[in-house]
Design a protein around this ligand. Structure first.
Ligand code: COA
Length: 255
């Protein structure tokens, strides 16, 4: 059975992690399927937003502990695991995580690697790795600290404390908390809004926001200004500006 399910809804594709019996633990086969699906979707200009979800009970309960226990450090280093996480970073189509239930360890890191996290009120975030004698290895110390600050990152990583959806929202990890009964439908509605905007502008805007965490302010402002200039040269900018002036809905083509 496929470890990752794809469902196309207009310009949005919902990618569902499908290993419910192991709470979507991120095994090598699952990560391989996920990354190759995301790379394929990213290359498709008709896809304007990707929604990554798990089940009601678990977005993902972390790296596959049984698999990890069988690896030595050098084997992990020599393997393709790191490449897969790097490939995730290269996805340029807006990538939204819809989190319900457990979002722990590598699952939390996977959500943090997305552009945006939407969470059901049942979501539980945490980095329990130090309780297993290891540390987060796919951004859990870096992206968590950037999103939520040093104090909370230290608390979560060093104590293993889990955050509720609301706590994660107020800490800046999560953009919106959604009702448990409608989290997936509500998340789809958000991705439909994202997909309706100009695709090149969306990508450049997201890249520009990412720059805020990776460069000095002057360099980030410069990148933002140049990205604006670039968008002004696109057909979609002409369409968007004209549509406003003509009081009609724009029709963006991604060019
Ligand atoms: N890796 C491998 N298998 C996992 C897993 C993981 N990260 N998380 C859960 N599973 C498996 C369990 O072993 C169990 O399998 P089994 O039925 O064959 O025994 C199945 O998924 C269901 O999990 P279970 O622990 O029975 O569910 P629960 O509702 O009692 O507890 C959790 C849920 C999330 C609290 C618990 O599964 C857990 O602590 N998971 C590990 C979280 C973690 O440490 N992640 C970081 C890994 S580096």
């Amino acid at each position: 059975m496929a470890l990752v399910l794809l469902e196309r809804e207009g310009a949005v594709v919902v990618v569902t992690l499908n290993r419910p019996e192991k709470l979507n633990a991120l095994s090598e086969p699952l990560m391989t399927e996920l990354v190759s699906a995301l790379e394929e979707l990213d290359a498709d200009p008709e896809v304007r937003c990707i929604l990554l979800a798990g089940s009601d009970k678990a977005f993902a309960a972390g790296a596959d502990v049984a698999e990890l226990a069988a690896f030595s450090g050098p084997e992990l280093y020599a393997g393709r695991r790191v490449e897969r996480w790097d490939a995730l970073r290269r996805v340029r189509t807006p990538l939204v995580a819809a989190v319900s239930g457990f979002c722990l360890g590598g699952g939390c890191e996977l959500a943090l690697a997305c552009d945006l996290i939407l969470a059901s009120e049942t979501a539980v975030f945490g980095q329990p790795e130090t309780g297993l004698g290891i540390i987060p290895g796919a951004g859990g110390t870096q992206r968590l600290a950037r999103a939520a600050g040093k104090a909370l990152a230290m608390d979560v990583v060093l104590t293993g404390r889990r955050l509720s959806a609301e706590e994660a929202r107020s800490a800046g990890l999560v953009a919106r908390v959604l009702p448990a009964a409608s989290w997936l439908a509500d998340a789809k509605a958000v991705t439909a809004e994202i997909a309706a905007k100009a695709p090149l502008a969306q990508r450049l805007a997201a890249e520009s926001i990412d720059r805020a965490f990776e460069s000095p302010l002057t360099a980030g402002l410069d990148y933002e200004r140049r990205s604006l200039e670039l968008t002004l040269a696109t057909d979609d900018a002409q369409e968007g500006l004209q549509a406003f002036l003509e009081k009609r809905e724009p029709r963006f083509r991604g060019s």
